[in-house]
Design a protein around this ligand. Sequence first.
Ligand code: ACO
Length: 335
Amino acid sequence: MNGITILSTGRYIPEDCVANDDFTKYVETSDEWIRTRTGIATRHFANGESTWYMGAMAAKAALERENIDPGQIDLLLVSCCTPDYLTPSMACMIQRELGLKNAHCIDINCACSGFVYGLDMARRYLNSDGEIQTVLLVSTERLSQMLDFTDRSTCVLLGDGAGAVVVKGRENAIYAFSGGAIGESGGALNAKYPRCESPFGNPETRKECFEFPEVREKFLYMDGREVYRFSTKVFPEMLRTCCGKLGIQVSDLDHIVPHQANYRIVDTAIKALGLDPEQKKKVFLNLDQYGNTGSASIAIALDEMNSQGLLKRGDKVAVTGFGGGLTYAGIVFEW
Ligand code: ACO
């Protein structure tokens, strides 16, 4: 199978910027605690912007950057775990906003791994029967909508935002994927959607379905230590597997763009890979500004790198996602 090329990138970051100290109004915390435990200094929260709107603005920026006609998009994939509606999908909302009249529209939910899974899906569509020639992949999250702003262990970690890429197939370009899921650990990071029950339910025949031991109706629950252990394990494994498939070393990569969860996860994973201080410079981080924006984080990072002229055609880029599910996905591809 052939690889991919990313034709264009875009992002949307809400204007409202919240500094660590701002949280002290609501919870007992400090700038020092948040910075040293996570590397985060600020994050942006939506102020009226919906998930689909941020995604549409990121997609619009990606189309406009390279003057891509919206009619050229054959497939719109949207990764998101914080949709505004259960139906229509975020992809249909973005299609409507941007007039992507020829696009098939599909949402995917793999939490923080969503962008990487989406990129791999794009590649598989692009390399199938020729019907899909151009894919727009949008990752958009309004994570603030599932945060309990009285829970200091989660509310300081996350932010809102969106990123987008336009993808085409490319012959003879290197590409390797590694990914998976550990459903039995799903409770470590869960957010339950509130639901209604039918008025006809008979209490005597009611089925009791499995619930995670810790669930918070509407809000995110996270077992930080388990997520940390999981993330620091799968991150280096994915990189090694992808590089192994391509017959290259991790040190041969030009850029490593991890899910921007927190600095300590990234640092521990990079140490496990044995990268020296010079090679550590290949790791792109912007979580200090945006916090963890879920599946949008890698898409936002790629757009920042592209805007700063850091990415050259032919560069070997690794993206690694990990998060809710628990899911993980990594790709090494050629820019
Ligand atoms: N400010 C001050 N104190 C805090 C805060 C805060 N914001 N949050 C927690 N604490 C306190 C805790 O209450 C606890 O106090 P106690 O000892 O009196 O009970 C103490 O700090 C230590 O808490 P821990 O949870 O053990 O803190 P730890 O050092 O493990 O760091 C962290 C927590 C940063 C969440 C860590 O577990 C981690 O990095 N986990 C990875 C999870 C992550 O980054 N998730 C992001 C979303 S998931 C994803 O994208 C993959």
